[in-house]
Design a protein around this ligand. Sequence first.
Ligand code: PEP
Ligand code: MG
Length: 577
Amino acid sequence: MTIALHGKGISRGIALGSAHIIQRDSLEVLEYPIAEADLPAELERLSAAVEEAKQSLRAMRERIPAHTPADIASFIDTHLLMLDDPSLTEEPKRLMRQRGCNAEWALKLQRDSIVQVFDGMDDAYLRARRDDVDHVINRVLRILLNQAPARHESADSNLEGLILIADDLSPADALLMQQHGIVGFITEYGGPTSHTAIIARSLGLPGVVGVPHARRYLREGEPLIVDGDEGLVLGDADQRIIEHYRARRDERQKRISRLARLKRALTVTADGVPIELLANVDLESDFELAKSSGARGVGLYRTEFLYMNRMDAPSEDEHFAVYKRLTEAFRQQPVTIRTMDIGADKHVSASVSSRLNAVNPALGMRAVRLGLKEPDLLVPQMRAIIRASALGQVRLMIPMLSHVDEVAQVMLLIREIQREFDRQNIPYDPAMPIGGMLEVPAAVAFADGFARTLDFLSIGTNDLIQYAVAIDRVNEEVSYLYDPLNPGVLRLIEMAIRHADGAACPIAMCGEMAGDVRYTRLLLGLGLRAFSVHPSLLLEVKQAIAETEIAPVKRLVSKALRSTDIARYRDLLASLI
Ligand code: PEP
Ligand code: MG
């Protein structure tokens, strides 16, 4: 009988393969006393286990194929760094001396206390960081407990074509999966913002996370289907279902190859209206992906990833080096560098900024607010962006604007930096466009005012929707309200475009809605003429644009927007999406 399990699809695509279950969370840690005379040997046992864990991570790092982007490998470095941290190396030793207990128990106590701090924060992103602590400590505990490594951890296992099922997977596991030819994965825990999820997406591995009891319901070796688009896992499916998914997987493959032909094509609608199609990039590894997908530039570079996995903020030169590589990847094409949007769901170490622990961070210090409050964080980045403007078509974008006064303050900082560069003969482009993101409803309602002071605007629907319908975008309980088709949300988007058009200010959309092909016709009907989307979605959106005629969709959208009858509104939209 077919069994269907639901979770969260964290990277798109369909995988068919046999189940390979990893049972390794049953780390039974017991406390036992250590006589004082034996304590030095026990302390040494802990040091040796930490060293062995490091060795295995280093070995894994060396096996990473040459073409794997550097920042993916850097997740392994993060775990290596954690193994050097005194809270994992020294604190357990202090506990061992104090309690006269064994190494495993001291390490477990230390893990519990770190995890408790993270848990108290009740935040999806921090929970994901807690996972990193867990992965690292479990690696050491498994060594101390002499637990055999899982099959995928040994270099010579043949796991080609298998689907991995585990309680949780670490970023290191995700890399190993790629090296072993594993085609998909399922985990019982973990969320879409975990490092594992980010890596899986970059590697194009279909995966579903947060499937409770997956290892209990699924059997070793049974045929499985992983639908990363829908967050669905099917076990023991009958032949008809397998055929259906096989056809979908093959169709997807064919579509990807067919779409590849569009890479060089111009982006125009069926009735010849030119559309600007740019890429969103998060990690440096996305630069090449964006380039190879045929993007004509970058509409959003989320620079906050530069601030993550480290104890301090990046220096001006570190920023500059990355932006230089971005301009080199996109010669003669625009690259929009967004100043850091840290805070809320995008966490950095407390040693980077101490202002991020508000009760409701989404409504507190984040993005431009934080940058203006802590210029030490923002100014080195802005200096690097301004320096990079001498190398290519760099555009600077300000996130989370709520008032035009914030634009004026940022402008003051920019002018000051430019004057200093003039004095020091540091080259920059004085005409570098400066834009802002419309993510706060008050900014949308005043978009014409923002358009007067900025060179371009970009609608960030991910945040705009959460602020428009008053929900926290990482709170699962209210996620049912997170609906781009809420009529109030569509009216806000239409208003933003109308205001910007009226002021002759270019406006794009870079939230997830722009990359969802179900909404392409609708957005064209709303008047949107510039889209910035994840590279993996770019060609599908291009195809949808090529199939759309503007006039009829515009008529339908304008009727829908005027309608106050929700049934009629839905009917009208149904013919568009
Ligand atoms: C958005 O809010 O739509 C956006 C693009 O920014 P981010 O997802 O990085 O908050
Ligand atoms: Mg945003």
